[in-house]
Design a protein around this ligand. Structure first.
Ligand code: ZN
Length: 246
């Protein structure tokens, strides 16, 4: 008798609990779907914000992770490819290497940045096999900076110019150019979009700096000095730090 009564109580309890669960679910359901649509809405909003913030992000990307930023410094030309020949017969490849080595040395003091040189000596890197962009792409570098000096038939032509190709590189090019143009003191020739393969084939923000005209005798004389190269290197590092928000 007692057992049967217990059984009935148990069944009643089960029904009550089951009923309560169903009732709770029915109440919870609208708020669940509401939560889903709210989070979808938030996604839409953050996507919209991202679009709005995109130009800013190219100027100063997200806060540094634990991993250091990989910055590739690319001294233009090298080996059999001498680059421009200066007014006095100096080679662009030597100027670009000298400045690049100084940049890399300065970056050793920036713990958030890991510098990588496409070459640290006078060697030839093939443009046919895309050695320079491949190096940066395989490294999954965060930035690519190619260092050059300019040449022109008219020896009076002077100035500092910076190139970029992909739209997401404009922020980097603009910031670095501002620092470098200030350091050289040459005529500011601005930032220009140009289809150079090192800029086109790199997958990260990339800029190509034409520091000055080696074909201008007065500019060349200045460009070959240690002081000038050091201050340009410092300007490049300042630009990198500003762009990375360091
Ligand atoms: Zn060059």
């Amino acid at each position: 008798m007692m057992k049967k009564r217990n059984f009935i109580i148990l069944v009643t309890l089960c029904i009550l609990v089951f009923g309560a669960i169903i009732a709770t679910n029915m109440l919870a359901e609208p708020s669940l779907s509401q939560a889903v649509s709210e989070s979808e809405e938030q996604n839409d909003i953050s996507a919209a914000n991202q679009q709005l913030e995109e130009p800013d992000e190219t100027l100063s990307p997200a806060e540094p992770e634990k991993e250091p930023f990989k910055v590739v410094i690319d001294p233009g030309h090298g080996g059999e490819d001498t680059g421009a020949e200066g007014a006095s017969g100096s080679y662009e490849k030597d100027f670009t290497l000298a400045v690049s080595l100084k940049v890399a040395r300065l970056l050793e003091d920036v713990p958030e940045v890991e510098a990588h040189l496409t070459r640290d000596k006078d060697i030839f890197l093939s443009s046919e096999t895309r050695d320079r962009p491949n190096f940066a792409n395989e490294l999954e570098a965060d930035l690519f900076i190619s260092i050059h000096a300019n040449t022109f038939a008219d020896p009076t032509v002077t100035g500092t110019e910076t190139f970029y190709y992909h739209d997401n590189s404009l922020g980097l090019a603009t910031i670095i150019h501002r620092h470098v143009a200030q350091a050289t003191g040459f005529r500011d020739r601005g930032v220009t979009q140009e289809n150079f393969f090192v800029l086109r084939d790199t997958t990260m923000p990339a800029a190509l700096l034409e520091i000055g005209y080696l074909t201008n005798p007065e500019d060349e004389r200045v460009m070959l000095t240690e002081t000038f190269q050091q201050s340009v290197a410092e300007a490049i590092v300042e630009g990198i730090k500003e762009y990375l928000g360091l």
